[in-house]
Design a protein around this ligand. Structure first.
Ligand SMILES: [Zn+2]
Length: 230
């Protein structure tokens, strides 16, 4: 089976080209200031996974899902709101924490995250979440979403033993590199792809700071638009 190719699209947006040939988009805010021009109009989208409903994560989900008839998996309240925005209603794509959804051999398990979530007009969109993404070849990626470090990350590590953790490091709205170092310790994960930094001046954390604080961890920090194999 092929490798797992992970492309950072700036902020919290990623594309995963899965070993089974699927194109999965995480939190596809493709109009973020750091997303390369060439990545703003995808040629294919097979699956969209959302951590929560804030605009910097929801991004162009509605347009992309409609253009590519792509399934969208999100917590039940957010998924219901998306149906009200014109997407097909799919209860089977609307789990809650602890639940899993399997689509084409990709298993998505929803975890906790410490943050908030609402639409631009203040509409409640359910709790924010993280995901454990298990790909067709067994590679397991923990996507923390926007969160602080929290003790139950230890449980996520114990249950899922992620190969890689995608963690926010910018600070202010999420944990900073110090929090991410603690999160990695709790998870027991030794490979990390940082995100949610550098988009705005407020998001100050850097991968180098995380490297300094988590010396035992391989910090993979692709540039926006860069693809790494994990
Ligand atoms: Zn965010």
């Amino acid at each position: 089976m092929a490798d797992v190719d992970l492309t950072w699209l700036g902020h919290a947006a990623f594309r995963i080209d899965t070993p089974g040939g699927k194109r999965l988009y995480l939190d596809p805010w493709l109009s973020n200031p750091r997303c390369p021009e060439a990545e703003r109009q995808p040629e294919r989208v097979d699956l969209i996974v959302l951590t929560h409903g804030h605009g910097d994560h929801l991004g162009e989900t509605v347009e992309l899902a409609q253009q590519f008839s792509a399934p969208v998996v999100a917590i039940i309240e957010l998924r219901g709101w998306l149906a009200a925005q014109g997407l097909e209603e799919r209860m089977d794509h609307a789990p809650n924490k602890g639940g899993s959804v399997e689509i084409d051999g990709i298993r998505l398990t929803m975890t906790d995250a410490k943050h908030s979530s609402s639409a631009e007009d203040g509409t409640y969109l359910g709790e924010p979440a993280g995901w454990v993404v298990e790909l067709e070849n067994g590679t397991t990626i923990y996507v923390a979403g926007d969160t602080s470090a929290f003790g139950d990350m230890q449980l996520i590590g114990r249950v899922h033993e992620p190969d890689v953790a995608i963690l926010p490091i910018g600070g202010h709205f999420t944990m900073d590199p110090e929090g991410a170092a603690l999160a990695l310790e709790l998870l027991g994960t030794t490979r990390c792809v940082p995100c949610h930094y550098g988009t705005f001046p407020l998001l100050r954390g850097t991968p180098d700071e995380l490297r300094r604080l988590a010396p035992g961890v391989e910090v993979l920090a692709p540039e926006p638009g860069e693809t790494i194999t994990i």
